[in-house]
Design a protein around this ligand. Structure first.
Ligand SMILES: *Cc1c(COP(=O)(O)O)cnc(C)c1O
Length: 378
């Protein structure tokens, strides 16, 4: 993602490095003694543009960043990022050499993956992070895998387990006992591995939600994504930090329509009064969700204006009748703050029946990311 985009496009996502830095530091302050942050930058930094954020992580002396894919790690290296990168997802065996060449740390999530790295470690020593499935049922070794895993690890002197880790299924709900059960199972699995000679100097389990709930043991690392971007990881909470992304567009057409006029595909909206209808050059092809048709709001002059009619592929129509100062060329905020008002990712998520993660990662590749450096929080 370019940080010097063709700014002729009125629709851009501003990425506030200052906000990102404040979030990094705020999370750092929440951590117990000896604990450190792994900044999760997968999916192009949750849609923000991973390279600029990784560079900020380097400046802030973050120990480690994490991505899901080998391709994401290679893209960061291509951008000149030298910070250690943990690849969370499985890397196909035929790409292992590429991953190691790029200096990645591999998250090993299966016995097959472990055998692959054991083979590679016979030629050159390497360290892995080994994932244990404590209840997510997705990736990671289950209890029945542990004996074979221990034997595999013991058989290759060059293979070092630098960390054992797990992932929570429902840490966003403080009332759900499952998180505690997962921690207990993780502990049991760690103990069983230790009994077979596999010990790791480092453990990590907490995502944003668990970190905000302070479910972090001294010395453990945390893997934080969503909170870094300033969204709320708890089902019901107020742990939100500073939103990093601000999605802007502008008014490219403004017309006054008489009562009874139809707007958009399917004529799902009709004016009931003389109305000022503004058109914005953004649509569902940019990730502006079609479920926001007759349902979403944007900000114009610091005030909420409703989306009227259907969201089209490249265009959105809004009603600015109640914002008389709205004019051709004015800035419109699709997501973010303007004046005292805010359209939060959480609000869009609720209106489109999804989660803030999907709202952020859905913002399309054709929306230029414009990296800005803001001052202290206003
Ligand atoms: C995405 C991811 C995280 C980060 O989760 P957040 O809820 O965004 O903090 C942590 N660990 C793993 C394994 C992940 O896939």
């Amino acid at each position: 993602m370019s940080s010097a985009p063709d700014t002729a496009r009125l629709t851009v996502a501003e990425i506030d490095l200052g906000a990102f830095r404040r979030n990094l530091r705020a999370i750092g302050r929440l951590l117990p003694e000896g604990s450190r942050l792994i900044a999760v930058l997968k999916a192009d930094g949750y849609g923000h543009g991973a390279a600029a954020l990784a560079r900020e992580c380097e400046r802030e002396e973050v120990d480690l960043v994490a991505v899901a894919l080998l391709e994401e790690a290679l893209e960061l290296r291509e951008a000149g990022i030298s910070i250690p990168i943990l690849i969370l997802g499985p890397v196909p065996s035929e790409r292992l050499a590429d991953a190691l060449e790029a200096g990645s740390i591999l998250g090993i999530v299966s016995l097959e993956g472990l055998r692959d790295v054991a083979r590679a470690a016979a030629e050159r020593p390497l360290a892995i992070h080994l994932k244990l499935d404590s209840g997510m049922g997705r990736m990671g070794l289950i209890e029945d895998d542990l004996d074979e895993a221990a034997r595999t690890i013991a058989s290759v002197p060059g293979l070092r387990v630098a960390a054992l880790y797990t992932h929570f299924a429902n840490a966003s709900d403080p009332d759900d006992p499952f998180t505690g059960e997962q921690l207990a199972r993780f502990d049991r699995m760690v103990t069983r591995l230790a009994g077979q000679g596999v010990e790791a100097p480092l453990h990590h389990a907490a995502n944003s939600a668990a970190t905000m709930r302070r479910l972090v043991r001294a010395g453990d690392f945390v893997r934080v994504g969503l909170s870094l971007y300033g969204c709320e990881p708890l089902d019901q909470g107020s742990s939100r930090l500073d939103p990093v992304l601000r999605w802007k567009s502008g008014i490219v057409r403004l017309k006054t329509l008489p009562p009874g006029s139809a707007v958009g595909y399917g004529t799902t909206f009709r004016t009931t009064r003389t109305s000022r209808i503004a058109t914005l050059p953004v649509g569902y092809a940019d990730g502006y969700n079609r479920l926001l048709s007759n349902n979403g709001f944007v900000l114009v002059h610091g005030r909420r204006a409703p989306v009227v009619g259907r969201v089209s592929m490249d265009l959105v129509t809004i009603d600015v009748t109640d914002i008389p100062e709205a004019a051709f060329g004015d800035e419109v905020i699709l997501l973010g703050r303007q004046g005292g008002e805010e359209i939060a990712a959480e609000e869009i998520a609720e209106r489109t029946r999804t989660i803030p993660y999907e709202v952020l990662t859905s913002i399309g590749a054709r929306v230029p990311r414009l990296v800005i450096e803001s001052g202290p929080r206003s």
